[in-house]
Ligand binder design. Structure first.
Ligand code: ZN
Length: 365
């Protein structure tokens, strides 16, 4: 029985291992995302209730080179309880579908991996209930998404979080929820490293934190195509913004500082110096400070962003696992030096490293 369980667990793990997926929704440019993600080091996680109808067309274009996972993102609207950890559909007044039936129906669409409809977690008792419920699923290629607040990764709670996740026979995709950047807090960042080292988690719906998870023993991760999928702010309240009115300019990856910034923020940096032209081979060639709040520029920004983090992911994954933390730390030292060079070049002394990047750097390797 043990061998059978291990074998079952291997399938999703094999499909996710050593990959940084692009998380997309049905509203995004999925065709473009697929064309970039159809590589041995990437794939798509389609985060959407209506993901199933998108799978067959993608599998027709990319029969084997594109790994596709689907995530109904139930945790965004449903808070798990001990009695009802998963949000399973019920048709009219018939009994609720079983989790096995639900997963079989999901997987009938032809994706490689399907995430379960787990609600979000507030405490360890609910986490135990979710893991227990998921363990009843027989399908080999399923993933348990565990959406929890950063608090449960803090030193006080992380040992119990790890112990509970160890009970899962299925691969866990961790989604760290909360406003703004949860990894700004060194206690949360340390906790993430600890969980990645102990449980080989997949870090889902994030930004460069995916690299951090992989460098510290995690299986893989996903980075959002758009801002909405790089953070998980559950519930019905919209994500807060620091600005009022909110900054609607495109969010663009500035490659030299490995940072995702609103173009309205970076535009003033380059008023007295050469414009930041994209020089990445095969990318947009655009002046990154001049993307505006219009659909074509938002689309260009999303494509540019993935094209520019993908080579970093590939280089990280090309390192032997035991060297990845060292490699990533050295990479961040270079990024820090690039910030200093950018301040000198622009004369803008207030340009600072992203909060979470600074936290990871300060923690060392
Ligand atoms: Zn570009």
């Amino acid at each position: 029985m043990t061998a059978y369980s291990e074998l079952q667990r291997t399938d999703a793990r094999t499909a996710l291992r050593d990959r940084v997926f692009v998380a997309v929704s049905a509203d995004d440019a999925i065709g473009t995302a697929a064309s970039i993600a159809a590589t041995p080091n990437s794939g798509l996680v389609i985060v959407d209730k209506v993901a199933s109808r998108l799978i067959r067309p993608l599998k027709t274009i990319y029969p084997s080179s594109l790994t596709i996972a689907t995530d109904p993102a139930t945790y965004m609207h449903y808070r798990a309880t001990i009695d009802r950890p998963m949000d399973l559909p019920r048709i009219l007044d018939s009994p609720e579908m079983s989790l096995n039936e639900y997963m079989d129906a999901q997987l009938a669409s032809g994706q490689d991996i399907a995430f379960m409809p787990a609600g979000r977690v507030r405490d360890h008792d609910v986490l135990k209930a979710i893991v227990g419920s998921a363990n009843d699923v027989a399908a080999p290629n399923v993933v348990l998404p565990v959406a929890l607040p950063g608090r449960l990764l803090k030193a006080r709670y992380v040992a119990e979080t790890v112990a509970t996740l160890a009970e899962s026979r299925h691969q866990v995709a961790l989604v760290v929820t909360g406003q703004f950047d949860p990894f700004k807090d060194p206690d949360v960042s340390e906790g993430l490293r600890g969980v990645a080292e102990a449980r080989e988690i997949f870090l889902h719906r994030t930004d460069f934190a995916a690299f951090e998870a992989i460098a510290h023993g995690g299986l893989g991760g996903s980075i959002g195509w758009c801002t909405r999928l790089r953070h998980a702010v559950p519930g019905f309240k919209p994500a807060e913004t620091r600005k009022d009115p909110p900054d609607r300019s495109p969010v663009v990856l500035v490659p030299e500082i490995d940072s995702l910034r609103h173009t309205a923020v970076i535009e003033p940096w380059f008023r007295n110096t050469a414009p930041p032209l994209c020089v990445t081979p095969g990318c947009c060639g655009r002046n990154l400070a001049w993307l505006r709040d219009k659909p074509a520029d938002h689309a260009d920004a999303c494509t540019h962003n993935v094209r520019n983090w993908m080579p970093v992911a590939e280089t990280l994954l090309a390192q032997p696992p035991s060297y990845r933390a060292h490699w990533l730390h050295n990479y961040r030292i270079d990024v820090d030096l690039n910030y200093a060079a950018l301040r000198r070049r622009t004369g803008v002394m207030t340009i600072e490293m992203d909060d979470s990047q600074a936290t990871w750097l300060s923690l060392g390797r």
